[in-house]
Design a protein around this ligand. Structure first.
Ligand code: CAA
Length: 257
């Protein structure tokens, strides 16, 4: 499928999805978000792809939801089109999704990065929830995911002041995995994706599912989910191959079966 607002580049076993509305700093219009979720849906079905990088390119990740698109909306229109509810499709992507963030990741842009599984930040990255400056609040997870990741007081700070934080502060807060020079952000994210892509795909899927479960359930329930996933993996060929390869002192060749 041809996309208008994003670019999708596959180089199996990884793919790179690039937001591509540079004139408006990759403002996240409904059409752009729809394209992202459609592309991820296709990549989820593509067995040759084992991990995906989501980026805004070298200068900016995304400056938020498209303000021009929202300015005159009524609550009923927002409800009926479920503007930000649709973004949740991003979180049903089953493969590892790595955000490569340069420059602004603001509002919905920051929320989109926080929906990814890992975040590689260029030293130019700025993360924030400036919605309060527009008379609204974050609507795609900004009050919730900051709180779960960085704690109540940081979440209050970014959501109440609207001021973005630097890549290094985000790193100190555990919001991003690595900070690298902006020129290499996408390459480093691709390296991480390639590394993950060498691992057993079904195990990666269940590891992702199990970690995400930790945010949704009490510990005992999360541990039960993890245990079931752990036992389930003994039904895969990859588990037999992984353990055999270890004992034979050779690299494992995982097939995703
Ligand atoms: N929506 C629509 N257009 C946007 C945009 C957005 N979120 N962010 C930037 N643009 C446009 C600007 O209007 C401008 O267009 P023109 O050239 O036609 O004037 C172009 O992108 C370049 O932007 P600036 O000239 O403002 O660039 P700058 O470098 O001076 O400033 C910035 C950069 C600080 C990011 C500034 O653009 C800005 O504050 N943007 C808005 C950020 C924001 O408020 N985001 C939250 C949106 S609400 C949301 O996301 C809700 C949610 O939770 C889902």
């Amino acid at each position: 499928m041809d996309f208008e607002f994003i670019r999708v580049h596959t180089e199996p076993p990884i793919a790179v999805v690039t937001l591509d509305r540079p004139k408006v700093l990759n403002a996240l219009s409904p059409a752009l978000v729809e394209e992202v979720t459609t592309a991820l849906g296709q990549l989820d079905q593509d067995a040759s792809i084992r991990a995906v990088v989501l980026t805004g390119g070298p200068k900016v990740f995304a400056a938020g939801a498209d303000i021009g698109d929202m300015a005159e909306r009524t609550p009923i229109e927002q409800l009926q089109r479920d503007q930000t509810g649709r973004w949740l499709k991003l979180t049903s992507f089953t493969k590892p999704l790595i955000a490569a963030v340069n420059g602004y990741a603001l509002g919905g842009g920051c929320e989109m990065a926080l929906m990814c599984d890992l975040i590689i930040a260029g030293d130019s990255a700025r993360f924030g929830q400036p919605e309060i400056n527009l008379g609204i609040i974050a609507g795609a997870g900004g009050t919730q995911r900051w709180t779960r990741t960085a704690g109540k007081y940081i979440a209050m700070e970014v959501n109440l002041t609207g001021r973005p934080i630097t890549a290094w502060r985000a790193y100190q807060l555990g919001l991003v995995n690595r900070v690298v020079p902006a020129e290499v952000t996408i390459e480093v994210a691709k390296q991480v994706a390639r590394q993950i892509a060498t691992r057993a795909p079904i195990a990666a899927r269940l590891a992702k599912e199990s970690v995400n479960q930790a945010l949704e359930t009490p510990l005992s329930e999360g541990l039960a989910v993890e245990r079931k996933n752990f036992y389930f993996l003994f039904a895969t060929e990859d588990q037999k191959e992984g353990m055999k390869a270890f004992l034979e002192k050779r690299p494992a060749e995982f097939k995703g079966r």
